[in-house]
Design a binder for this molecule. Structure first.
Ligand SMILES: [Zn+2]
Length: 352
């Protein structure tokens, strides 16, 4: 099985699948599913298969898409070169290694002594951009009782994930010719708002995620050097936790600034799972890692309300970097881990 894992990961890395262009990767996996004796179901650029029947349903999901290759690699980014026990290439770590391990781990679990229950294995598109793949696939699946999202976490289960709230603050003034004086400078007003936002404090830590963070990340004001600007826009990036409501965070910002606050995006909400949930207990039983809170967004955002853990082989800090890699040892450990997780989950749910 382990040699198969390296071969499958290499073929996946050799199949470019930038977000929005996952067709070839989906074709490849459709063939892999058939080779495993599964019935692949293709919907657009998403793919899934249902293993087993009855009992509780566990969703095993990861994504096929990658961020663009980018420039500056010292290894060929799409050849899946194996060197020093590492498979190099775009997506090797995020998340083609996880996808490979989930597919082969699930295959191993159902190969003999199959658990009593259903595992839905899905490979989705557009995780890195819109999270639309998972959102569109979910209504087409048997309703999962729990879910595992395959992302590189060093096989430690993330039981919470920060969200992203993007706000805009618009400072408004009055335009005038800079030479004549007068007017009301919106850039000056926005500058005061930037400094005022430093005083926003959070005091309700989430048990796994700690406190939210807030940063002004963009500022745009003024069109010409000789015109007192009448508008200046700030973008505020807030990494949220389930301990704060969006409306509460908006009010906290509005309470500090003079400009008008609008929500640009609140789609990527923070999520968490009670550590007493069977899927968390199974994830812990299957490996040595401890529960943690993750700062990065994943397709978990599309699974709100379903007890979920995010766990997989690899290291999140290697994602999206040059010379991205996954070690063969990590990949093999991932396959065995996911098989144990499936068995532990159905064991806890009263199956075998
Ligand atoms: Zn990912």
């Amino acid at each position: 099985m382990s040699r198969d894992a390296v071969a499958l990961l290499r073929r996946l890395v050799q199949t470019p699948s930038e977000s929005g262009a996952e067709d070839a990767a989906a074709d490849l996996l459709e063939g892999t599913f058939k080779d495993l004796g599964w019935e692949p179901r293709r919907t657009g650029r998403n793919l899934h298969a249902v293993l087993g029947s009855g009992g509780p349903t566990l969703l095993f999901n990861s994504h096929m898409d990658t961020v663009p290759v980018g420039a500056g690699w010292t290894k060929p980014p799409l050849e899946a070169v194996v060197e020093d026990g590492r498979v190099y290439g775009r997506g090797a770590n995020d998340a083609k290694g996880c996808l490979t391990a989930m597919i082969l781990g699930a295959a191993a679990a159902f190969e003999d002594d199959a658990p009593r229950g259903t595992v839905v294995v899905s490979a989705v598109c557009e995780e890195e951009t819109t999270n639309r793949g998972m959102a569109e696939l979910l209504p087409l699946l048997p309703r999962p009782d729990a879910a595992v999202v395959g992302e590189p976490t060093g096989l430690a289960p993330a039981v919470a994930q920060k969200g992203l709230l993007l706000l805009e603050v618009m400072a408004e003034g009055r335009a005038a010719h800079a030479a004549w004086g007068g007017g009301d400078n919106a850039v000056t007003k926005a500058a005061r708002d930037v400094l005022a936002l430093e005083a926003v404090g959070f005091d309700r830590p989430h048990p796994a995620l700690g406190l939210p963070s807030l940063a002004v990340t963009q500022i745009h004001g003024g069109e010409r050097h000789n015109v007192i600007p009448d508008r200046c826009k700030l973008v505020v990036d807030i990494r949220t936790t389930p301990a704060y409501e969006v409306s509460e965070l908006v009010a906290m910002v509005q309470g500090r600034v003079g400009g008008a606050v609008t929500v640009r995006s609140s789609r990527l909400g923070a999520v968490d799972t009670d550590p007493a949930q069977p899927v968390v207990r199974a994830a812990l039983a299957a490996g040595a890692g401890a529960c943690f809170g993750s700062p990065t967004i994943s397709d978990w955002v599309a699974l709100k309300g379903i007890p979920t853990v995010k766990v997989g082989p690899g290291d999140s800090r290697r994602s999206h970097t040059l010379d991205e890699f996954l070690t063969i040892a990590e990949l093999e450990a991932g396959v065995a881990y996911y098989e144990r997780l499936i068995r532990a989950y159905f064991g806890l749910m009263g199956g075998r």
